[in-house]
Design a protein around this ligand. Structure first.
Ligand code: PEP
Ligand code: MN
Length: 263
């Protein structure tokens, strides 16, 4: 179902005034985690003014350490809704457990399935039973085929609205957090009708490398990007080192327009 054998035309995810997989490059931006309402709304207004169409934020955080900040949960989802009301932006947020699908569904416009849950088949089926778009991140060590089979779990339940997200894979390299597999973009375009976006923030783990890879992703044919933005990265509760400040994000958006025009 994810393959283009049965469907040759690209799948376009329709979120009303925002469409993913069509001619427009769609950028999702916001902090890794929701920390408080004031900062979230300031960030939301800023990324909107720079041209982002979707607001990201984590309310449930699957942290590598159980002692790290785990997110504000439902309070965080309520803050996200305040961000949507203040800006009109659509929301994307991660759901980490089947028990939370119903709750998250009440607030978000797009479910995010994180890299660590790419093969959580029960969770995939659960979001597949809703009709809401699903952003499916590539697993830490998943092949493209395994990733497409994960998408298959969602679509098999009747939800065709899957957006793939390449966010870097584990390799032997240690100078970056992960290794961004840009070749996944033309490969996915060859074998699947699903849209694909790129997350240069988790791919690199370092804000300095984010602009270069964001531009590379657009040049290689990605349908969009998801980028972490924080008002003051050194104080971020999660993923500060890879977060762009709003001003740098604004400059990047201008640069991306030039790349998009030239391809
Ligand atoms: C995130 O988007 O904040 C996140 C946890 O990403 P990933 O699942 O790609 O590590
Ligand atoms: Mn993050």
């Amino acid at each position: 179902l994810a393959s283009n054998e049965l469907q040759q035309t690209p799948t376009i995810i329709d979120l009303g005034d925002v469409k993913i997989g069509g001619n427009e490059i769609v950028v999702m931006a916001g902090p890794c985690a929701i920390e408080n309402e004031k900062d979230f709304i300031t960030t939301a207004v800023s990324v909107k003014n720079s041209g982002a169409k979707i607001l990201r934020g984590g309310a449930f955080k699957p942290r590598s350490s159980p002692y790290a900040f785990q997110g504000l949960e439902e309070d965080g989802l309520k803050i996200m809704v305040a961000g949507r009301e203040a800006t009109g932006l659509k929301l994307v947020t991660e759901v980490v457990d089947t028990r939370d699908v119903e709750l998250v569904n009440k607030y978000t416009d797009i479910f995010q399935i994180g890299a660590r849950n790419m093969q959580n088949f029960r969770l995939l089926s659960e979001v597949g039973m809703t009709n809401k778009p699903v952003l499916l991140k590539r697993g830490l060590s998943a092949t493209i085929e395994e990733w497409l089979m994960a998408a298959e779990y969602i679509i098999a339940e009747g939800n065709q609205n899957v957006i793939l997200c390449e966010r870097g894979i584990r390799t032997y390299e240690t100078m970056t957090r992960n290794t961004l597999d840009l070749s996944a973009i033309p490969v996915i375009k060859e074998v699947s009708h699903l849209p694909i976006i790129v997350d240069p923030s988790h791919a690199t783990g370092n804000w300095k490398y984010v602009p270069a890879l964001a531009k590379g992703a657009i040049a290689t044919g990605a349908d969009g990007l998801i980028i972490e933005v924080h008002l003051n990265p050194p104080t971020a509760l999660c993923d500060g080192p890879q977060s762009l400040r709003p001003e740098r994000f604004g400059t990047l958006m201008d640069e991306l327009r030039l790349v998009a025009q030239s391809i």
